[in-house]
Each structure stands twice: as C-alpha cells, then as structure tokens.
Design a protein. Structure first.
Length: 325
C-alpha cells in the first residue's frame, strides 16, 4: 500500500480573521479491487462487458478518493448524474455514512445499509421485519432459522460492546446465507455534539465490518473487511473552523476453532474488537498527529525574530558542548 496522503486547504474568514479547513483522506490504494458489497444478497451488480466501463469505474472510484470525505454523499450523487450507467456499481463500491431508523415493533433504533435493504425497504435486526413491509413474494430476504439465531445473539453481544466502548450510539448486525458458509456485517455509529456545552466540537464515527465465514468440520475461516469513516468539526474564535474527516479500510483473514466454547459470534467479536483497536491507533497517529504537524508547520505561534534567537542560542550551546568534548 502507498503511504497515506494528507490533503489540506486553508482560507480567510472575515469575521474571525483566519479560517483553517482541513480535509484528511487516507488514500490506501490507487487500483480498484472487489469490495465485500458483492457478498450482499440484495446487490444487483452485474459484470462489466467492456474495458471502457471498467476504466470508467476505476476513474470514478479514484476521483472519490480525492474528493473531500465530508461531502461523500453529494460527491457520489454528482458522479451518478455524470455516469448513470454505473449507478449500481458505485452504490455497491462506495461506503456512505450510516443512517438510523426506528423499529416500531421492537421500539429500538437500527442502522440502514445495503446489506439489509430489499428494494426500498430495510430489515430490522430486532424484529426481523421490513419497513415499509414488502407485500410481494415471500416478504423479503431473511436469514435461515439457524443463521437468524446467530444474528440475534450477535446483536445482543455487539449492543453491549457498543455501550462499553462508545458509551452510546447505535449498532446493528445482519447475517445472510452463502453457497459456502455465511456472511455478516457489523455496523456501529456514534454521533457526538458538545457544541451546546461550551465545547464547540461535533463528531461522527461510522464503522462497517463485513465478515465472510467458511465452515469446515472443526474450524472456521473468517475474512474481515473493516471500514471506518470519521468526521470531526470545531469552530472557535482562536482557531477558526476546522473540519477533519476521512475513511480507512483494512482486511484480515484468520482461522478459529468452532465449538460450544468458541461459537461464531465469539470469533467474529474477537476479530472486530482487535481490528477496531488497530484502526483507532492508526487514526490517532495519522489523523491527529499528521494534522498537528501540518498545522504547526503552516502557522507558527512565535515570530521570526524569536525563532532566529532560539536557533542562534541552540547553535551556541551546540558549539560550546562540542568544544568541551
């Protein structure tokens, strides 16, 4: 993978004097690779028939990586208007911020994504019902009875995990059957708004973990693809407006024993927990560390004369120490 690239822009604000707006985007790959959305039982994505269509998709995805992540929905809508033939492929390949819906039957919130969508309806993991209801056919795609039991248990486990790690937010887990094994997606969304408490900070965390599971007699092979979308906004008279947003994707494959002590839910939970810890550390080092370095380089609090004095003093100290040795 090429090194992460940081994109920044700055402008002038007449009211506050200086405004710094920073858009951070992690460019992990310049080539298009298959996304886990192809596992979705609802995806109608079709293979490309011409080389030109494949090149158009690669160019569109490459452009999305370079546009401000905070405006991903507007950017995606603009691309779809430009190349409507790629609508399904773009919607399947580009992760968007998660939306929250309310399950009136279970009286609980749940998250919307491509994996629980059937047409214009979305399935709740709590009641296993679609909203709005699907009248035609079998009422919409649902997991098999055995897989539904795993889905229910996984939702209970990750609801506790979300409460302990994020202290709020919404989580949802969806499972669906595959020809060999099954697949699941773990969704977590946390939104924080402290602008009314004297701390002008708003932020959103969206994490999407897609797991493909292939079962054998005593073990299971787990392929995890995790994407985190982070957005932070703050504005003060001292710093102006600062917007920090971006996305990060990582993949991992592991084998675990499957038995009564280590069921699929435990194995998946262990992988997701480890992956989120790694992603948090990466975000902290790249997002905040690199952004602080860029801002400090662009804008020094000390004047040039003071910097020259400190540099001269440092050289004098170095010369004196060198003469003694």
């Amino acid at each position: 993978l090429p090194p992460a690239q940081i994109e920044g822009s700055s402008g002038i604000n007449a009211e506050y004097g200086v405004q710094i707006t920073i858009h951070t985007h992690l460019l992990l790959s310049h080539s298009h690779s298959p996304t886990p959305h192809s596992l979705s039982p609802f995806s109608s994505q079709t293979p490309f028939n011409t080389k030109m269509s494949s090149e158009l998709l690669d160019n569109a995805l490459d452009l999305m990586r370079r546009l401000p992540p905070a405006q991903i929905e507007e950017n995606l809508a603009g691309l779809i208007d430009l190349v409507p033939d790629l609508t399904e492929d773009l919607l399947s390949a580009v992760d968007q911020p998660l939306k929250i819906a309310y399950d009136a039957h279970a009286k609980r919130d749940y998250l919307l994504c491509d994996y629980n969508r059937d047409g214009d309806s979305y399935r709740s993991p709590w009641s296993n019902k679609y909203d709005p209801p699907i009248e035609d056919g079998d009422g919409g795609a649902t997991p098999s009875a055995g897989l539904r039991a795993i889905e229910v248990q996984a939702n209970e486990i990750f609801d506790i995990y979300r409460d302990l790690y994020f202290e709020g937010g919404v989580s949802s887990v969806y499972c669906w059957d595959l020809d060999e094994g099954f697949a699941a997606v773990v969704l977590i969304k946390k939104t924080q708004d402290q602008s009314k408490k004297g701390q002008p900070m708003k932020g959103t965390w969206d994490s999407i973990h897609v797991v493909e599971v292939k079962e054998t007699k005593k073990t299971g092979h787990y392929k995890l693809t995790s994407t985190v979308m982070l957005s932070i906004e703050t504005e003060t008279e001292a710093t102006g407006s600062v917007n920090l947003s971006g996305s990060l994707t990582r993949q991992e494959e592991k084998d675990f024993p499957v038995n009564d002590v280590n069921p699929h839910t435990i194995n998946i939970g262990r992988m997701v927990e480890d992956m989120e810890s790694k992603l948090r550390m990466t975000l902290e080092q790249i997002y905040f560390g690199k952004t602080k370095e860029v801002v400090s380089t662009l804008r020094n609090q000390l004047g040039n004369s003071e910097l020259e004095k400190r540099k001269l003093l440092s050289n004098q100290i170095g010369s004196a120490l060198g003469g003694k040795s």
